[in-house]
Write a protein that binds this ligand. Sequence first.
Ligand code: PMP
Length: 428
Amino acid sequence: MTSNNDTLFARAQRSTPGGVNSPVRAFRSVGGTPRFITRAEGPYFWDADGKRYIDYIGSWGPAIVGHAHPEVIRAVQEAAARGLSFGAPTEGEIEMAEAICRLVPSVEQVRLVSSGTEAAMSALRLARGATRRDKVIKFEGCYHGHADSMLVKAGSGLLTFGNPTSAGVPEDFAKHTLVLDYNDPQQLEDVFAKMGDSIACVIVEPVAGNMNLLRATPEFLQAMRRLCSQHGALLIFDEVMSGFRVALGGAQSLYGITPDLTVLGKVIGGGLPVAAFGGRADIMKHLAPLGPVYQAGTLSGNPVAVAAGMTTLALIQEPGFYDRLAAQTRKLADGLTQQAKEAGVAFCADSVGGMFGLYFAAEVPQDYAQMMACDKARFNAFFHAMLDAGVYLAPSAFEAGFVSARHDDAVIAETIRAAAGAFGKVAG
Ligand code: PMP
């Protein structure tokens, strides 16, 4: 029987490349037909066939208070009724900037933009402009949006600069990006020793969420902070995913490390397009209109998006919010691990705050190579068994998952029951 999802997917592919507006939605990695979502509420969403799913992608992070939270919806409706966009400053933007500066202490000044890609790209330009250096360091497996200098993978030798991972990125751009191994402080040390005075910045996901969930070791981040300071390079934490997700103050508050610049997105928009980059005021002053680093945006600080973001930021500051979120996420990780054990499947799970990783491996991976060694075929089978049972996980073995404040005990228990069946199917 053809489902409405199949019909919509066939139709979508006629007018949109691959039928989707962002590649991972297409289920390429797991196979099958993507679900077309019609509505969402709390921990659930519903597809075009009316099937309900427990949602563990939460719009890839933003839906931390649950979908369609009544207070967020009300704020958006009220803001929309006052006008959608002005192209002139508003008090709401000041309030949002003040809130971010208060909640993320390393951020003294901040600029609002509309996507994580835009925020990361702008932070890199700022770092290059402020240091008057061109080279940037990133780490294999981290994602910082799709700006040209970030779509780069490691070259063949340690000191070979990167190669493009996308057609359309000139090698001349990629050669300014050096791609190193995550959680390898010695390699970072070696590279700084050889060329520290030409490096503008190091950009890192301090808790990585784009190669599944991978925790940075404290030594790795500490080495990064020390080497950047010693060599006059800037340290950029890309907390688009980890910000307001692993803790109220982001990963930097968990590790006690102060980056020079921070990139934010996802949660700060509460489901509408808000992202931001900010940091030391003496660096931020290099931005136009004060300084020579250009950056701008028609919809930057959009009043409706800011209303959604500010209401979300208010809700996550309620006492105990992160303790509850982390406890629920941990319950999920532990419950899944227990079911896998009973089914005899080599599997483990980890969580940091409201973010989790599922690994078809005997132990939690500590680096990119270990992550890539996880059993992808088994993940794909598990993903589909869970989907059939009404649980929507990220459609790739190498993405993190997200829990919202609305994933209560009953929702977690239902997920674990579904997993008992799914692990049974993938065992053996
Ligand atoms: N940085 C990180 C760490 C991200 O996880 C993402 C998106 N998943 C981005 C940047 C890019 O954000 P956007 O998709 O809003 O452009």
